[in-house]
Design a protein around this ligand. Structure first.
Ligand code: NDP
Length: 297
């Protein structure tokens, strides 16, 4: 069997087009959704992420503001910037690019963002809302994108056995919470595996849907996947490759070629989950703008 390839690139382009149409309609009624992205320092990877988020927002017609602060910005100053954005009526979504430098307490910054402007869904109030099954809680962008990938390819998780490998706060845990939710895109029977799971293959082989977010190249092999399962690879690992001009390539956590022979559908890396994350950030920003307008009425 050769698996259907789920192209995040194509699906993200569709979602970005849908967001653009929603923004056009909102603008006609006088509401311009606004997103602020705050970056500390000059880490090239973070700079690239922030640039692409701003570009995507602008292309969708969202008012986009990028705030770049020096690496050694004191915590108080960053909290002041967040407070200013919280109070700014033109901004509906605030994203502080992680990781933050050592002098900053990340938890304190996430807590300072107005939960109604928290488009990353990392504020403890929103984490709690998601964990308690609130269907309106803003969902973290990467797992929200994965739910869209499943739904839009006819792989509704409802009633399925889903195994999430990885329990990070940005992917694994919110992924499990979304799959468990009594709402569209949820209603799965969910198992979460991690580095202390003794026989990972025995767990993943039970899954109709396997979602892997661990950060280790090719860890999931063909013999760990049930024939016909849907495999979503979140991993983004840079591995050396002398055949490439750059000397490296990007690869996922799943041994793509061999797992493709067993799975019914699989996401590639790159071009799979990655592009969906930004599309969902735009969608979350528009949702936040709509909610803020409704709250004012
Ligand atoms: P973390 O490092 O925060 O978490 C990794 C998780 O994997 C942990 O829960 C860890 O277990 C678990 N793990 C590690 N090794 C194993 C193993 N051998 N067997 C089973 N579980 C294991 O990573 P993130 O969740 O932040 O990211 C995971 C991957 O996804 C990375 O490659 C990252 O680059 C990528 N990513 C991609 C995104 C995208 O948009 N495409 C967005 C975010 C991340 P334990 O808790 O026990 O340590």
């Amino acid at each position: 069997m050769s698996a259907e390839v789920i192209s995040g690139k194509e699906m993200a382009a569709t979602i970005r087009e849908e967001v653009k149409e929603r923004v056009t309609d909102l603008k006609a009624s006088g509401l311009v959704p606004g997103l602020a992205v705050v970056l500390l320092g000059e880490d090239p990877a973070s700079q690239a992420y922030v640039r692409s988020k701003n570009k995507a927002a602008t292309e969708a017609g969202i008012h986009s503001r990028q705030i770049t602060l020096p690496e050694d910005t004191p915590e108080d100053e960053l909290l002041g910037v967040v407070a200013g954005l919280n109070a700014d009526p033109d901004i509906h979504g605030i994203l502080v690019q992680l990781p933050l430098p050592n002098q900053i307490d990340e938890a304190k910054v996430l807590l300072a963002i107005d939960p109604s402007k928290d488009v990353d869904g990392f504020h403890p109030i929103n984490v709690g809302r998601l964990a308690t099954g609130d269907p309106d809680a803003p969902a973290p962008c990467t797992p929200a994108g994965i739910i869209q990938m499943l739904l839009r390819t006819g792989n509704d998780p409802s009633g399925k056995n889903a195994v999430v490998v990885g329990r990070s706060n940005i992917v694994g845990r919110p992924m499990a919470a979304l799959l468990l939710r009594k709402a569209r895109g949820g209603n799965a029977t969910v198992t979460v595996a991690h580095s202390r799971t003794p026989d990972l293959g025995a767990v993943t082989r039970l899954a109709d849907i396997v979602i892997v977010a661990i950060g280790q190249p090719d860890l999931i092999r063909a013999d760990m996947v049930k024939p016909g399962a849907v495999v979503i690879d979140v991993g983004m690992n840079r591995v050396e490759d002398d055949t490439r001009e750059r000397g490296h390539r990007l690869t996922g956590d799943v041994a793509y070629d061999e797992v493709s022979e067993v799975a019914s559908a699989i996401t590639p890396v790159p071009g799979g989950v990655g592009p969906m994350t930004i599309a969902m950030l735009l969608s979350n920003t528009v949702d936040a703008a709509v909610r803020s307008a409704a709250a004012e009425e």
